[in-house]
Design a protein around this ligand. Sequence first.
Ligand code: HOZ
Length: 427
Amino acid sequence: MGNTSRELMNRSCKVIPGGVNSPVRAFGSVGRAPLFIDRASGSKIYDAEGREYIDYVASWGPMILGHAYPAVTEAIYEAACRGTSYGATTEREIIMAEMIVNAFPSIDMVRMVNSGTEATMSAIRLARAYTGRERIIKFEGCYHGHADPLLVRSGSGIATLGIPGSPGVPKVLAELTITVPYNDVEALKKVVNDYGSEIACLIVEPVAGNMGIVLPVPHFLDTIREITREKGIILIFDEVITGFRLAYGGMQTIAGIEPDLTCLGKIIGGGLPVGVFGGKRQIMEMLAPTGPVYQAGTLSGNPLAMAAGVATLKILRSWSNLYHSLDVKTNHLCNELKSLLEKKGLPFKINRAGSLFTIFFTSAEVKDFRSAQKADTGLFSKFFRGILSEGIYSAPSQFESSFLSAAHSDDDIERTIDAVSIALKNL
Ligand code: HOZ
């Protein structure tokens, strides 16, 4: 303790590749050393030097209630006192499963895992087994974790680093992944026409959150549902970011669409490592031990993660105007940012869905990965550094989202607007 972020980074680089355990955290695309975090509380996060920031990363989504929310912290403490892991089944896992099943009409059964990556990877294996097919479809710029078949034209860190995929992914696996531009129904129809009977599943973020926020155009999601149903393709909604974030039942509840399988993570762990995939009973029952599809995990359904997740979901379920107030607050912030950026005369577009938003530095609409990539990342990086030095911690990449939480007060929002205004003057 007592070291600066820079000293910690130098030390870290000697024992951890790039000094970080997840690439975007290295601040590689924003031209400065990363923050090392010491603690967080409510809407604030504090670095190793003790500097306070208003936090719009929110651990990339899970902290919808704010950091160290007392009821969640107490649930974790109480669970930890009873033992941190048993590698055996507990009642809390059933409670968690029941809460998810009740929140999502499309889900009859779930299997808990430890991350979003595990959830998508397992859902794809299941879809392949169920259909007896091998090809999968994903959309350019969507990120579904780092399993081999999903690292093709991905968003998030892959987009931040500006690389097309990753060495180490066998060519034969990558070739089974077909990518289509997000929001491009005609391209999708063509692919389905050409390969329909070979395609096991289509995986999509119903609101894309990993190329920055990109909203589905009207009827995009319905069309995907129609096409996949027609061709016997399993539709997987990756709601790792949007699940319990845009509404209690995720984006699928807002859109009124039932996918065959859904992947969740982040919020359902209340800040602890967790993921889940679930869906229709006849598909889920193919999992071992009921069926032959193997999937397992020593820490799956871990008691601490279940305790934090159940506590978080109970609060979300009973907080009647939470999603509405998050929406109003985020809308207000985005409108104010818009007028500041307009006044400054910068090219920009703000994409927003509920409490998620991204400022893209481009004058063209951002509706897919290609248009997102047209954003001026140099300008983004200057803007990022400017607001950071005014006490605003946001995602250190153009291709990520900002997240608001219930803990962001009106005062936080006003302070953020002032900070952006000063940063823009200095730009
Ligand atoms: N891939 C994450 C954002 N979409 C970043 C995770 C992290 O660096 O913690």
